[in-house]
Design a protein around this ligand. Structure first.
Ligand code: NCD
Length: 365
C-alpha cells in the first residue's frame, strides 16, 4: 500500500506548509500506520520508529545471509522503480541507496548530472523532477539547497501521481538517513559495550556548522535518556543555535567546547567530521582543523570501550593507524547504512511485516 492521493501533504497549501515548524510538518510526511511515507527530516523519527528500524535492519541482515533469504528480499518491492536524483557530489550515499534498492528488488535509475538533462535547455529543477517522477515509484534525492526535497515532496503531492521522497542530504541542513544508520551503529556497538546508548557521552568533532549529519544525529539522540552530547569545534564552526534550542526544549544535557584533547578520555563515542570547505566563499581560507583531528597517541587515551565514528569521506581527521582498532566503527557505519536504507524503503511501501513473518519462520526452522 502506498498513500498516493491520500497523502496528507495534498491538502495543505504551499503558503501554509512553508510556514509550519518541522514538528508541525511531521504528520504530513506519515502514512496511516504512522511510519514515514516521505523520509525528509530527523524530527520524523521517534523512539518507537528508531527501535523498529534497528530491529528490522538486524532481521534483514540475517535473512540476507542465505540465497533463499536474498531471493525473498529481492521480491519484496520488485514491482517498483526508484530514481536517484543526486545533484551534489556523492559516491557512498548514492551507492548505499543503490544497493539498498537492489536488496529489496527495486529497480534503480540515476540522474546525477543536470548538465546532460533538459535543465540546460532552461527547464527548472522542479519541472525536471516532476517529469522524471512519472517513470518511477519513489525519488531518492540529494540537493545543495536545504528544504528542496520537502518542496519536491509537497509539489508531487499536488499531482495525480504522488510518489514518496527520501532526503539523501539537503544542503547544510539535514541528512536523516545517515543519522538513522548512525543510531543503528551506536545501538549495536554500545549495547555490547555498556548495555545501550542510554546514559552515554557522545562527542561530535569538526565542522559542526555545515555538517548536516551531526545536525540530524543530535536530534535523534534526544530519544535516548541520559545521553550527554559534546559539541567540539572552533567557535566559527560551532553547531547552529537552532540545534541547541532543540536540545534545550528536550531537556538534553550538552556541552560546547573548543578543547578536543580534554574530552577524549571521557567519551563513549566520538563522531569525527571533515571540514565542509565546499561551502567556503571564493578566496576564503580553509580552516586548519589540526586541533580537531585524532592522532595515533590518542589510541592509548580513549576508553577501551569507546567507539569512533565518521560519516566519511575522511581526510586527516582519523589517521589510518585507527582503522584496524576494534573501536573504529566507520566501516561498519557504511555497511549498516545499506541495511537501514533497505529497511526504510520497505517501510515506505508497507512491506516490513513480511520481514517479521519470514524471520519468525527462519528462527523456528
Ligand atoms: C556526508 C554528507 O554528504 O553530508 N557524507 C555522507 O553522506 N556519507 C558527510 C560529508 O560529505 O562530509
Amino acid at each position: 500500500m502506498t498513500l498516493g492521493k491520500n497523502n496528507p501533504l495534498r491538502s495543505v497549501s504551499w503558503e501554509k506548509f512553508s510556514h509550519l515548524t518541522p514538528e508541525e510538518k511531521v504528520p504530513l510526511f506519515c502514512q496511516e500506520n504512522g511510519w514515514p511515507y516521505h523520509v525528509l527530516i530527523a524530527q520524523q523519527f521517534d523512539r518507537r520508529l528508531l527501535d523498529r528500524v534497528c530491529n528490522l535492519a538486524t532481521k534483514t541482515r540475517k535473512i540476507a545471509k542465505t540465497k533463499g533469504g536474498m531471493k525473498f528480499l529481492q521480491d519484496l518491492c520488485s514491482e517498483k522503480r526508484a530514481m536517484l536524483y543526486f545533484s551534489q557530489p556523492s559516491s557512498r550515499t548514492f551507492l548505499s541507496h543503490y544497493a539498498a534498492c537492489q536488496i529489496v528488488g527495486i529497480k534503480p535509475a540515476e540522474v546525477r548530472d543536470a548538465h546532460t538533462s533538459s535543465e540546460v535547455k532552461g527547464e527548472s529543477q522542479e519541472d525536471s523532477v516532476r517529469t522524471f517522477s512519472s517513470y518511477f515509484d519513489m525519488i531518492i534525492m540529494r540537493h545543495p539547497e536545504g528544504g528542496f526535497a520537502e518542496k519536491i515532496a509537497w509539489m508531487l503531492s499536488q499531482t495525480d501521481r504522488p510518489v514518496p521522497v527520501v532526503n539523501a542530504g539537503s544542503g547544510k541542513d539535514q541528512h536523516p538517513t545517515q543519522a538513522v544508520l548512525d543510531i543503528y551503529t551506536l545501538q549495536r556497538s554500545l549495547e555490547k559495550r555498556r548495555g545501550g546508548i542510554e546514559g552515554s557521552k557522545i562527542a561530535y568533532v569538526g565542522d559542526l556548522l555545515r555538517g548536516r549529519t551531526v545536525r540530524s544525529l543530535a536530534m535523534l539522540l534526544t530519544h535516548y535518556p541520559g545521553v550527554k552530547q559534546y559539541f567540539v569545534a572552533p567557535k566559527e564552526l560551532q553547531i547552529g543555535k537552532d540545534i541547541l534550542e532543540f536540545l534545550d526544549r528536550h531537556n538534553v544535557q550538552y556541552e560546547i567546547t573548543t578543547n578536543f584533547e580534554s574530552v577524549i578520555p571521557d567519551m563513549d563515542a566520538i563522531y569525527m567530521t571533515r571540514i565542509q570547505d565546499e561551502w567556503d566563499k571564493p578566496g576564503e581560507k580553509t580552516f586548519d582543523n589540526s586541533a580537531y583531528c585524532l592522532e595515533p597517541r590518542h589510541l592509548g587515551v580513549l576508553k577501551e570501550s569507546a567507539i569512533i565514528m565518521h560519516p566519511l569521506p575522511r581526510r586527516k581527521e582519523i589517521p589510518v593507524e585507527f582503522d584496524a582498532d576494534p573501536r573504529a566503527k566507520y566501516w561498519r557505519q557504511v555497511r549498516n547504512g545499506m541495511w537501514v536504507r533497505a529497511v526504510l524503503i520497505m517501510m515506505i511501501f508497507d512491506r516490513d511485516r513480511e520481514i517479521d513473518r519470514y524471520y519468525e519462520d527462519l528462527m523456528t526452522e
